[in-house]
Design a protein around this ligand. Structure first.
Ligand SMILES: C[S@@+](CC[C@H](N)C(=O)[O-])C[C@H]1O[C@@H](n2cnc3c(N)ncnc32)[C@H](O)[C@@H]1O
Length: 221
């Protein structure tokens, strides 16, 4: 189990973090938590403000393949895959890699990239519809914090259950290192329900028997 920044080469989106997120109303939070059209392709106040493929995940896919030594014929699952951008790019950078995705959003799955049609499943991370030991590697980026703590624990246990090599796993979740970062996060959070300092997350990983790698999404001024 190691802290490793596999998203280091993802371009940072610039946001004005000076003020409280003006869209952070109860109504917008409820809309965002539906993970429907509004969250992905609606206005910025309720989510991405347009979630379109632009190839930005290719370097991350390269780093994931290198980090885990993935090879053609191996099976990989991206939990919280949205429209399947990373699924597509993993297959692009490692031809023959057998990559699948799962997401709770029917909207995202029905608006996926053409290359991944048939590879994406609608479902919840805490009830993976796969037999034990199905995947050689698992990834879940910015998804598990959308559960309360008990749900995140169930989801981590599911990752472990469907994994063949218990260490070839990577999760990235919302966290903060300082009270100031926590306050900034609280002023912006839309969908996350469980978030914590790294120490709290690592405790949760241990409870779940999760032995994979991890990293943090931290808002900075
Ligand atoms: C912040 S997005 C991250 C998407 C993608 N992994 C990325 O990094 O661009 C969070 C994703 O988690 C999905 N999600 C939320 N709750 C989920 C659940 N219980 N099971 C599976 N996916 C879920 C959402 O639909 C959304 O696609």
């Amino acid at each position: 189990m190691a802290e490793v920044n596999l998203l280091a080469r993802l371009p940072q989106t610039k946001r004005n973090l000076q003020q409280r997120h003006e869209g952070q109303t109860a109504e917008n939070i409820a809309t965002a938590c539906e993970f429907g059209q509004a969250y992905f392709d609606g206005p910025r106040e309720v989510g991405y403000g347009g979630y379109r493929y632009d190839g930005r995940w290719i370097p991350i896919a390269e780093d994931i393949v290198r980090h885990f030594g993935l090879q053609a014929g191996q099976r990989v699952l991206d939990v919280g895959c949205a429209k399947g951008f990373l699924v597509k790019d993993l297959m692009k950078v490692c031809p023959g890699l057998d990559v699948y995705g799962l997401d709770i959003s029917e909207y995202a799955i029905t608006h996926c990239e053409g290359e991944v049609v048939g590879r994406l499943h609608v479902g919840s991370a805490d009830r993976l519809p796969f037999p034990d030991g199905t995947f050689d590697a698992l990834i879940s980026i910015n998804t598990l914090h959308n559960f309360e703590r008990a749900g995140a624990l169930r989801a981590l246990r599911e990752l472990v259950r469907v994994s063949q090599a218990r260490r070839k796993m990577f999760v990235q979740v919302d966290a903060y290192h300082t009270p100031a970062q926590r306050e900034l996060f609280m002023n912006w959070v839309l969908t996350a329900k469980y978030h914590d300092y790294p120490k709290g997350w690592i405790q949760l990983f241990k409870e779940a028997g999760y032995e994979g790698d991890y990293y943090w999404t931290v808002l900075e001024q």
